[in-house]
Design a protein around this ligand. Structure first.
Ligand code: ATP
Length: 701
């Protein structure tokens, strides 16, 4: 059947008509045959199973029982009356109850006749009862012909008042199968179907709506999940393939004097083997003639900065410029300072460009970039402005990509006629399955080892009541020469309130830690950036011992002497944010501590978050829990990707299917990069429909 047929407006389906079509459109977003076909049921009610009355439990929903009515009475109650029937089977008795339309029911109910009753069971007044059951007379010991597994469509339970009922949708879908004959085109290649024993498309579509058994439903679901993930992977791999074939990158052939000189003379420590491995991967990319698009994942404090710097040196050795873009001014500043320090006496020019760079400096930087005198530019998104023109940008590094989004990444691409190599660094560990579906078009490197000698941060959860003890602990640490962060939550919607929390907190800390013995810095989002810098720098230089801050401090700040992180109202933070914050300590040789402060009242999810933080320091483990708690849609950066609006597969639970799908998508493309072979005809057709409609579920016919 051709795909145009399925684009027929739903109003033409028999029984729908314009009014219901409007309702379907407004309530469920269904406007074509295809939309209806793709409205997969959330679940099915299994009408193949029967209960006995003595098997009932207090809250059985959607169950059916065979029995008969032996007695009917009307019971008066405050408002109106109710009809009560005594219903028995060979194991016990229960009540069937009606509150409305009793006359008609009373007249039609038959005594001592076998019925199948269906509905939700309640426990009321010491008895089981079922209100307003669906009823059907049992003929020849068999229920009359009906669906064995009844589909329950998404939202229809909520919508029953709007006139869209579940029964109606299921009738329309049946009608759709009738009109189309259910002859939907296959979309997968025959050998994949064979090897994985997948059911054909038309069978799967029928069975996802109207299965005859649980097994049939499971096979249909598996096939459709596989298909969904397969085409997502195929898309990502095709994109990557196209990039590698078409877009030639700058070729950084040589490992020159700067890189070698730095490695031999300026490296302040031995690289970890994970850092070395990642550098090898990056070097291989840069010298491969293809354009690099690599995601560098490394847990907090794993040492990404040095990897970034050495990659930039490779660019400069080969006559190109490099830039590093950070999400906040504080971070850009910090990168600039630490890179400058690492470079020491090496002959490399480096500048910082942010929103607060003075006009005259800005002009000088622009000129030096254009004439090629400037080797490395560090900055915020100010780097993306059109006025910023490079002579030959060879490598662009983006720190903390989720703050930038894909659109900004692509602006970097267009800074040259030939796109620069791109390295995206993130400290938010992304579980592998998710990374694969999100960044399948990027290559991934992981620094999975911390520099030696790091002691894991000790994390504890304390209630606000114990604040005095916590303060005493802070005093002791400060006495030992350490520094302390106290962080307050910041939630955009109530900035004023947050600000008040922060200021109250600051005052109370100032009372308990009075000058001149203690000096306190404060940094928050509403401060001007030079004031922020001033306060930051006092803390960095060790002039202040306590830093009171909002989450502006969250990413990337590197002050090894700070060894205590107090997080106020810790229940208000997400897991990955808590982990990021904790990552600000434990960066030096001293034992560090993270103290999560909360009140007594905690939701169970908040408890899980706090327990997870106390139990582990491993960013990947934390990311897995986070993903389970919040779902992928919420994970930073995934919203824009659009890739995760999965219809049937679940990126976490179906990670095995995802891996299989990726394996086969790869295999198909290795064999047949342009999908030209006969055996891939169905895949090719489906793929071109997807790219046309930008939605993998519109090609389904
Ligand atoms: N191989 C190493 N041996 C010893 N110390 C190292 C090593 N690599 C990095 N460091 C030090 O570890 C600290 C953290 O490194 P860096 O700031 O690069 O971490 P990061 O990966 O950027 O972490 P974050 O994402 O939390 O900012 C720095 O003080 C750095 O000098």
């Amino acid at each position: 059947m051709n795909s145009n047929y399925l684009q027929t407006p739903i109003t033409y389906l028999k029984g729908v008509g314009p009014n219901r079509a409007d309702l379907l459109g407004s309530e469920l977003g269904i406007s074509t045959y295809q939309d209806l076909l793709n409205l997969f049921p959330n679940r099915h009610i299994d009408r193949t199973q029967f209960y006995k009355i003595n098997q009932l439990e207090r809250s059985n929903a959607d169950i059916q029982i065979i029995g008969k009515i032996i007695h009917i009475k009307t019971v008066a109650q405050k408002r109106g009356s109710r009809l009560v029937a005594k219903f028995i089977d060979d194991t016990g008795e229960m009540e069937l109850v009606w509150f409305r339309s009793q006359k008609w029911i009373r007249e039609n109910l038959k005594l001592n006749t076998p019925y199948v009753v269906f509905g939700r069971v309640n426990w009321y007044n010491g008895k089981f009862s079922m209100a307003h059951p669906e009823m059907e007379i049992l003929k020849n010991q068999q229920p009359a012909k009906r669906l064995r597994m009844q589909p329950v469509y998404p939202s229809t339970e909520k919508l029953s008042n709007s006139g869209v009922t579940n029964r109606m949708i299921s009738k329309f879908v049946l009608q759709l199968f009738e009109e189309t004959g259910g002859l939907f085109q296959e979309t997968l290649a025959p050998d994949i179907l064979d090897t994985l024993k997948l059911v054909p498309k038309r069978v799967a579509l029928r069975a996802i709506h109207f299965p005859d058994s649980q097994e049939e439903l499971a096979r249909a679901r598996f096939r459709l999940k596989f298909e969904e993930l397969f085409f997502i992977q195929l898309q990502l791999l095709m994109k990557k393939q196209r990039r590698q074939q078409k877009i030639r990158g700058f070729n950084f052939e040589k490992v020159g004097d700067l890189f070698n000189g730095f490695y031999e003379e300026h490296l302040p420590f031995e690289l970890t083997s994970a850092q070395k491995k990642v550098l090898r991967e990056i070097r291989a990319d840069l010298g491969s003639n293809a354009q690099m698009n690599r995601l560098l994942q490394g847990d907090v404090g794993s040492g990404k900065t040095i990897v970034a710097l050495m990659s930039m040196l490779l660019a400069i050795d080969n006559g190109y410029q490099a830039c590093l873009m950070a999400p906040t001014e504080i971070l850009a500043n910090q990168h600039y300072n630490s890179l400058k320090e690492l470079l020491g006496s090496l002959k490399v020019s480096i500048e910082l460009l942010t929103g607060s760079t003075r006009k005259s400096d800005r002009k000088r930087i622009h000129e030096a970039l254009e004439n090629g005198e400037l080797h490395i530019l560090i900055g915020t998104h100010a780097v993306l402005e059109d006025k910023v023109v490079f002579k030959n940008l060879g490598l662009a590094i983006v720190d903390e990509q989720h703050r930038f989004g894909v659109a900004q990444r692509s602006r970097l691409w267009h800074k040259n006629a030939t796109p620069p190599h791109i390295l995206v660094m993130t400290a938010t560990p992304i579980p592998r399955t998710l990374a694969m579906s999100l960044y399948g078009d990027l290559d991934i490197s992981v620094i999975d080892e911390l520099p030696p000698g790091r002691k894991p941060v000790k994390t504890v959860h304390r209630f606000d009541q114990n604040r005095l003890k916590v303060f005493q602990f802070i005093r002791d640490e400060i006495k030992k020469g350490r520094q302390v962060y106290v962080v307050y939550p910041l939630i955009k919607e109530s900035e004023a309130l947050d600000y008040k929390d922060l200021m109250d907190g600051y005052e109370s800390i100032a009372r308990d830690f009075p000058m001149p013995d203690y000096q306190i810095s404060i940094v928050h989002g509403q401060m001007k950036s030079d004031a922020k810098d001033y306060e930051m720098n006092r803390f960095i230089r060790g002039e202040t011992q306590i830093m009171v801050a909002t989450t502006v401090i969250e990413v990337g700040v590197n002050i090894p002497n700070a060894s205590v992180m107090i997080i106020e109202s810790a229940e208000r933070f997400g897991l990955s944010q808590l982990h990021q914050l904790r990552g600000r300590v434990g960066r030096g040789a001293e034992q560090s501590y993270c103290i999560l402060m909360t009140g007594f009242k905690l939701s169970s999810e908040a408890k899980t978050r706090l327990e997870t933080m106390v139990a582990t320091n491993d960013g990947f483990e934390i990311a897995e829990v986070d993903l389970k708690l919040r779902g992928p849609g919420d994970l930073m950066g995934t919203q824009q990707s659009g890739l995760l609006q999965l219809k049937i597969a679940d990126i976490i639970k179906d990670s095995d299917i995802l891996n299989t799908a990726r394996f086969y998508a790869k295999k198909v493309l290795e064999q047949d990069p342009l999908l030209e072979m006969d055996q891939h005809r169905s895949v090719r057709q489906a793929y071109s429909e997807i790219t046309k409609h930008k939605n993998i579920w519109t090609y389904i016919s």
